[in-house]
Design a protein around this ligand. Structure first.
Ligand code: FES
Length: 142
């Protein structure tokens, strides 16, 4: 049911934890399943130098947040904002359809953390990051 990559990231999640004195923190939850993802970023000169996450949720949520941190680490903010849940799913060699919504949570957590970073700079994040979805549409498809 799950790819080897999913199992690997679930069993050995990368970048777990919380960055002290983070420059941006995003926490998103899925109201349907109750899972919560928290991401913290260290940003220097527009580059995501470090990223850590904590996920209280299902295995797919842990695997998607783990790989999402790998995909944005060392990237410029603009590049990190291009991260889509589809790219996360592809990087994991796929997810079962009922688990795709978990990857949406990973994309939203990255965007929420970047939004928080902009807010701390006194910049309105919405024109840059876009509106964060309160609810995940994919969840309604289950
Ligand atoms: Fe909730 Fe996966 S079941 S995020």
């Amino acid at each position: 049911m799950y790819s080897e990559k999913v199992m690997d990231h679930f069993a050995n999640p990368r970048n777990v934890g919380e960055i002290e004195n983070a420059d941006g923190i995003g926490e998103v939850g899925n109201p349907k399943c109750g899972d919560i993802m928290r991401m913290s970023l260290r940003i220097r000169g527009g580059v995501i130098e470090d990223v850590k996450f904590r996920t209280f949720g299902c295995g797919a949520a842990i695997a998607t947040s783990s790989i999402a941190t790998e995909m944005i680490k060392g990237k410029r903010i603009e590049e990190a904002l291009q991260l889509t849940n589809k790219a996360v799913v592809e990087a994991l060699d796929g997810l079962p359809p009922v688990k795709v919504h978990c990857s949406v949570l990973a994309e939203q957590a990255v965007k929420a953390a970047i939004s928080d970073y902009y807010r701390r700079q006194g910049i309105d994040p919405e024109p840059i990051v876009g509106k964060l979805e309160e609810d995940c549409h994919a969840c309604g498809l289950e």
